[in-house]
Design a protein around this ligand. Structure first.
Ligand code: PGA
Length: 242
């Protein structure tokens, strides 16, 4: 089965609405790939032909949750895409697998399309725990989720995420492919072959114009989630066209 490539940008806490507008004005929509920009909440209302998504969302409908944002608030401004379980959320904001599962369930209830992130830390990889960690993140994150129709998965090894440091190295394409294959096999086991064949599994962690083509050509890699290199429209556009 051929899966259409999905190239997503995760801007994290970067760009004001004005800067976002300038970016959108100079970014031309690439053909033949799906593109989503996960921008800060304050830019989600901007009118554009590019799909904009939220980087997070709370798992309650409303209430005393100071500083959080609800699914209906996002829907009301036309946002239909959400990133869930990014490693910054897991490791800086202590989001647990259970929080992530609750977010996925409420997002599906509100008909969002989701990119669900998983990935091991450097220490877990050194201790040969990569498979176990990914399996647990998938199993817990997708608990009581009957269909993956609206979900894509991002494999983001934490040690390969640049966090703004352009010297960070991505996973080798072979290591990334191995993890993606593992994820697809686990999905086949928990769901079925058709679901596993259909779901897009994208890679994130130091993807840049110079390495994108190499990574994207692997069998089980269906796209990329790009942080640092997505902040410049030219560099992101080069990645989209790789
Ligand atoms: P990076 O970030 O491309 O800067 O490594 C990826 C991510 O955190 O999603």
């Amino acid at each position: 089965m051929t899966r259409k490539k999905l190239i997503a940008a995760n801007w994290k806490m970067n760009k004001t609405p004005l800067e976002t507008k300038e970016y959108l004005d100079s970014f031309s929509k690439p053909k033949d790939v799906d593109v989503i920009l996960f921008v800060p909440y304050t830019s989600l209302h901007l009118q554009t032909s590019i799909i904009l998504g939220a980087q997070n969302m709370y798992f309650e409908e409303s209430g005393a949750f100071t500083g959080e944002i609800s699914p209906s608030m996002l829907k009301d401004i036309g946002c239909n895409y959400v990133l869930i379980g990014h490693s910054d959320r897991r490791h800086i904001f202590n989001e647990t697998d259970e929080d992530i599962n609750n977010k996925i369930k409420i997002a599906l209830k509100h008909n969002f399309k989701i990119i669900f992130c998983v990935g091991e830390t450097a220490k877990e990889r050194q201790n040969k725990k990569t498979e176990k960690v990914i399996e647990k993140q998938l199993e817990s994150g997708l608990k009581d989720v009957p269909s993956l129709k609206n979900i894509s998965i991002a494999y983001e090894p934490v040690w390969a995420i640049s966090r703004g440091d352009s010297n960070t190295k991505p996973a080798t394409k072979e290591d990334a492919e191995e993890a993606h294959k593992l994820i697809r096999d686990l999905i086949k086991k928990s769901y079925d072959e058709k679901t596993a064949e259909k779901i897009r599994i994208i890679y994130g962690g130091s993807v840049k114009p110079k390495n994108a083509k190499d990574i994207l050509k692997m069998n089980n890699i269906d796209g990329a989630l790009v942080g640092n290199a997505s902040l410049d429209p030219k560099s992101f556009s080069d990645i989209c066209n790789s």
